[in-house]
Design a protein around this ligand. Structure first.
Ligand code: SF4
Length: 529
């Protein structure tokens, strides 16, 4: 009987390894025949450790399973899919999973991540096989036609980038994957690396075929040791099986891939700082132009995309651009694996077409806050993303609709805060984070973020004093208005004067906090100016 226990960082963090050991021990003690499979995670993180048992009707899910639950599960007959308080029925019918539109994440949790046979049986390599029958131009044209945009934050059309590199004249070109997933509340890249690594290998190989690149690098976040280990093993197995190397599947085309451990710096998620780091230097942002597509790694034409962008491509090549475009809204085509985190009852990975809303994600999937208190704000797009108040939770999640209200979809990470959150402190944190992570190259970010912390501290120190008659000391209110004006000026300078998104986007959480939650800054009494 096959029993599945995820070997994914999120599952391991809550005891999956110990649960797996306990299942093996219980089976041995009871003389039960169990084949333990360490699969990936389904992304239903609130149910981890999610144990599944293969039955004739399909896989039955139990979770969250702790070590202490294992003996009871055996006694209840879980090996035959029997009822139990932790039983959720057939995994595929759990509403959280069944209602998703899983294109990119379809195999996650289903397969053994390192099994090449599993990958092939579940649709793997179909995109590569299709691409090997096409001219290179048709590969990037398909990506262009699909409307796929970079999932790392900037949302630049991937096909245009691929075409630029394909048409550049150079004897050496590169494909680089940014897997330095440093945004708060995000974990989709990690899940691809740990739970379906061949999908990324296939996507990068497609980029190589489209552009003529022969060498690729994956820059993996240093805090992801398991992802690095799993992905390194996947490269070795794919190479041994002929999916990478000098003669991919007998086509005569060459593509070699290496994993690189990142340097632990947030700004190395910026593409040019990442290139500096890959080349062995400090991760400092490069001025553009030249763009990396023409002069990237070691000065050569380079396709740079993040994990989710590359991982989207195998499906597109296998099913066609039109099928991908059928998902999404406007220019935001396809799906995005949204990541529900923070103070949320049912955190996890939810892949849906663009156009869903925060309200659906946070309440229909996430079940509201873990604390049971009202949701106050949701930060979307990482630590430099906007805080969205309730009035904005019905805006369709797509790049244009979010940009229209000064927000970003970014990498699809959502961090939920309940009504106890102090948005002024969170705004201060954004400035302090920027000051800590700034690469120092440009003044608005290097100096501006430090000044930003100071100004917010002054605003908070100038809480208007209540007078006995119910009024407030006008002097303190005037000073506070002056400091808020200064903060807005500073944010304007950072947005318009910073060299990269680090300094350019830090004002997003600051200004959204100030605009939507002025009371947290003591501004409820004084009009914002
Ligand atoms: Fe460096 Fe900040 Fe300027 Fe970006 S904005 S180049 S991180 S100093």
């Amino acid at each position: 009987i096959q029993v599945f226990v995820p070997r994914d960082s999120a599952a391991i963090a809550v005891g999956a390894d110990e649960v797996a050991d306990a299942i093996v021990a219980q089976a041995a003690a009871r003389g039960a025949s169990v084949e333990l499979v360490r699969n990936g995670s389904r992304g239903l993180l609130w149910l981890e450790t999610l144990v599944e048992v293969a039955t004739p009707a399909g896989r039955v899910a139990y979770g969250p399973v702790g070590v202490d639950d294992v003996a009871g599960l055996f006694e209840a007959g879980f090996l035959s899919g029997a009822a139990h308080a932790l039983c959720h029925g057939l995994t595929e019918q759990i509403p959280y999973l069944a209602r998703q539109q899983r294109l990119l994440c379809a195999r996650m949790g289903v397969t053994d991540p390192l099994s090449l046979a599993d990958y092939a049986q579940h649709g793997g390599w179909a995109g590569l096989q299709a691409a090997l029958q096409m001219p290179a131009d048709a590969v990037w044209q398909t990506v262009l036609d699909s409307g796929l945009r970079g999932r790392g934050g900037a949302a630049f059309p991937a096909g245009i980038k691929w075409r630029t590199v394909a048409q550049a004249q150079s004897p050496q070109k590169y494909v680089v994957c940014n897997a330095d997933e440093g945004d708060s509340g995000t974990f989709a890249d990690r899940m691809v690396l740990e739970d379906d690594p061949y999908m990324l290998i296939e996507g990068m190989t497609l980029a190589a075929l489209a552009s003529g690149a022969t060498q690729g690098y994956v820059y993996i976040r240093s805090e992801y040791p398991l992802a690095f280990d799993v992905f390194s093993q996947a490269i070795a197995r794919a190479s041994a099986a002929g999916f990478l190397g000098d003669n991919i599947l007998g086509s005569g085309l060459a593509f070699h891939l290496e994993a690189r451990l990142a340097a632990g710096s947030y700004v190395c998620g910026e593409e040019t700082a990442m290139l500096e780091s890959l080349e062995g230097r400090r991760g400092i942002v490069r001025a553009k132009p030249p763009i990396p597509a023409l002069s990237g790694l070691f000065g050569q034409p380079t396709i740079i995309n993040n994990v989710l962008t590359f991982a989207s491509v195998p499906w597109i090549l296998a099913h066609g651009a039109a099928a991908y475009k059928a998902y999404g809204r406007g220019r935001s085509t396809g799906t995005l694996p949204f990541q529900l985190a923070g103070n949320i009852a049912r955190g996890g990975l939810v892949e849906l077409a663009f156009g869903t809303t925060l309200r659906e994600l946070v309440f229909d999937w996430g079940g509201g806050t873990a604390s049971g208190r009202p949701v106050k704000a949701v930060q979307v797009g990482g630590p430099l993303g906007t805080y969205l108040p309730a009035s904005q939770w019905d805006i369709p999640l797509d790049y244009e609709a979010y940009a229209a209200v000064g927000a970003v979809v970014g990498h699809g990470g959502l961090v939920v805060h309940d009504d106890r959150a102090d948005l002024a402190k969170l705004a201060r944190y954004a400035m302090a984070f920027c000051a800590h992570e700034s690469c120092g190259k440009c003044t608005p970010c290097r100096i501006g973020s430090t000044r930003g912390v100071e100004v917010i501290d002054r605003i908070l120190a100038l809480q208007p004093v209540a007078l006995p008659d119910g009024g407030h000391a006008e002097g303190a209110m005037a000073q506070q208005r002056q400091q808020v004006h200064l903060l807005r000026d500073l944010c304007d300078t950072m947005v318009n004067g910073s060299l990269c998104a680090m300094g350019g986007m830090t004002p997003y959480p600051v200004l959204s906090a100030l605009n939507h939650f002025p009371a947290d800054f003591g501004m409820g009494l004084a009009p914002a100016t």
